[in-house]
Design a protein around this ligand. Structure first.
Ligand SMILES: C[S@@+](CC[C@H](N)C(=O)[O-])C[C@H]1O[C@@H](n2cnc3c(N)ncnc32)[C@H](O)[C@@H]1O
Length: 230
């Protein structure tokens, strides 16, 4: 599926750019970091995982290697071309309707902060629709202070990630600009982010029929939620 850019989201640099401004070639080279370990510790061994916004498989591949069965969803076909060892589904997450439910639904990469009319609600309802009654939803959210003390830099596998700025664009919505600098390439991404207090986050989950089970990391960025069954 080929889609146009989402409003407020842009990217630049070599190769394909997704509707939310991500560079496909950049995500091919970013390392997995500690995310697969956090996920593995929070879910049953060998679980079926629906990964929403999988990109090129940066997290998918370590999960497959650890024995999980992964279905990877992304609206960018170019991103999904990099995924191997997992079923792929090319669609916006908000409209996903698979005839299956999963032990685990994964909504990482701060997608829960996405802006746009009904987007967050749509993402969370997709999580709820696809999680088994005894299953769990894992969500990665922004840490405290993420929009403060900018610019901020960190080194990453031969490159540098610089969060340049975060500016308010309308009530509750910020525009964030990030640069990815490597000796052979430079990418940028500008995206929208809706910061969420713990209370607002938990309310958003409740509206979708989900409830926080545990904050999995000290910085409270990784959350395990359970479906509310009536
Ligand atoms: C920041 S990248 C992260 C990719 C991957 N999770 C990772 O950590 O490497 C976000 C990915 O989510 C996809 N994405 C963002 N919003 C989406 C949506 N609403 N529906 C489907 N895919 C989406 C983008 O195309 C992109 O591949």
């Amino acid at each position: 599926m080929s889609r146009t850019a989402r409003e407020g989201y842009t990217g630049s640099g070599p190769g394909a750019i997704t509707p939310d401004g991500c560079a496909v070639e950049l995500y091919r080279r970013l390392p997995a970091g500690d995310e697969p370990g956090i996920i593995e510790r929070a879910v049953p061994t060998g679980a079926s995982i629906l990964e929403l916004g999988s990109g090129t498989g940066r997290i998918t591949h370590p999960l497959v290697e650890r024995g999980f069965t992964v279905t990877a969803v992304d609206e960018s076909r170019q991103m999904l071309e990099g995924v191997h060892g997992a079923r792929t589904v090319c669609t916006p997450i908000e409209t996903l309707r698979l005839d299956a439910r999963f032990d685990v639904v994964l909504l990482a990469s701060f997608l829960v902060h996405a802006a746009g009319p009904g987007v967050r609600e749509g993402l969370l309802r997709t999580c709820r629709r696809h999680v088994a009654d005894e299953g769990r939803v894992l969500i990665q959210r922004e840490g405290a202070g993420r929009h403060e003390n900018l610019p901020r830099e960190r080194e990453i596998d031969g490159g540098l990630i610089r969060v340049v700025s975060s500016e308010p664009v309308r009530p509750g919505v910020r525009s964030v600009h990030v640069e990815y600098l490597f000796p052979d390439a430079r990418w940028t991404q500008t995206f929208l982010s809706c910061p969420l207090t713990d209370e607002a986050f938990e309310n958003a989950l409740a509206q979708a029929g989900l409830a926080v089970d545990a904050y999995l990391t000290d910085n409270r960025t990784w959350v395990r939620a359970l479906p509310v069954t009536r």
